[in-house]
Design a protein around this ligand. Sequence first.
Ligand code: PLP
Length: 382
Amino acid sequence: MESKDSGYATKALHAGIKPNEITGAIVDPISQCSVYAQKFPGEFRYDYGRSMNPNFYPLEEALAALEYAEHATVVSSGVAAMTAIITLVKAGDTVLLPTDLYGGTYRLYVQLFGQYGINFKQIDMMDLNLVEDELKRGVQMLYAESPTNPLLQIYDIASLAQLAKKHGAISVCDNTFATPVFQNPLILGTDIVLHSASKYLGGHSDIVGGAIMTNSSDIHTQMDFARKSIGLHHDPLSMFLLRRGIKTLPLRMERHEQNALAFSKHLESHPKVKRVIYPGLKSHPQHDLAKKQMSGFSGMVSVIFDTDTEETKNIVSRLNVITLAESLGAVESLVQIPASMSNKKIPEELRKKHGLEDGLVRFSVGIENIEDLTADIDQALG
Ligand SMILES: Cc1ncc(COP(=O)(O)O)c(C=O)c1O
């Protein structure tokens, strides 16, 4: 994919922001209010904090601008975004999921919503013939992540969207790992993009948030309806912090990518490393596809050390600069072992079947000085 137009950083800074008409303040105030007065019954600008808040709209303008979308709905978490999206299907419908995906998506969809009669089917989305065979059987939604969490597999987003459209299914892409700076699934034909804004969009490990972007006004109306009906609204302070985080997103992503590439090359040549998975490395099996549909490879790196799982756990516990923690996408580097942490809720036999080894380590490479990150991993590996 071509790199961003020259106005992208300007957009991240300014979209949706206007100086306050009364005070001239160039930062929107936090609108910490849930109740609004009405002049006459039913005549109002805002009614109640679950469905409306003055902080929703400027932020949604910025979120839509980042993904080149017509509409955005801001919600309380990435999981809240998934919850709103699943209201587009009903009992008896089939949703295709990839074999590799965030453990919380598996928990929410397969383990929770699966109880209500929606059929969730995990398939290898790298096999487009298989995807089309499934779609022919009658599928209402195709839900993918790319790059996937945590194996960093790359799916052909344009082809998946095209196949879904051909067979009447709604296509959805979780773009959390790539960020809108490096990948725009709506431009590739996807119907809905979602983000965990708790990660790169917020960027500072201080909020939990989510966003849904689309060009369909019907889908947008349903997302707003779901937010209000289920109570998926974002809180004013987090919205303030999210808008602030977005201002530096393009700048941060440049450094995340630069550090992740250097970090993965460093590890690739380390004698105690068996395999490094990073879409920006030539050794990544879908490197060419990543180059085609992404304008950068983001900051996530997965690694398999040449050690047993117990020693791998000791290695990550010895890190000092890189913090052992769940989550990702923050300015500070984080590391975790998905099979023991974020993806533990996926049954062990399913994890094994889908290629998630117990010893796989996932790094979220931050924006520290790269020499400090490589020195930290070197000392931890002994
Ligand atoms: C790819 C991906 N999507 C969605 C989520 C869920 O987001 P949240 O934690 O904001 O609910 C996560 C969380 O780690 C994730 O990694």
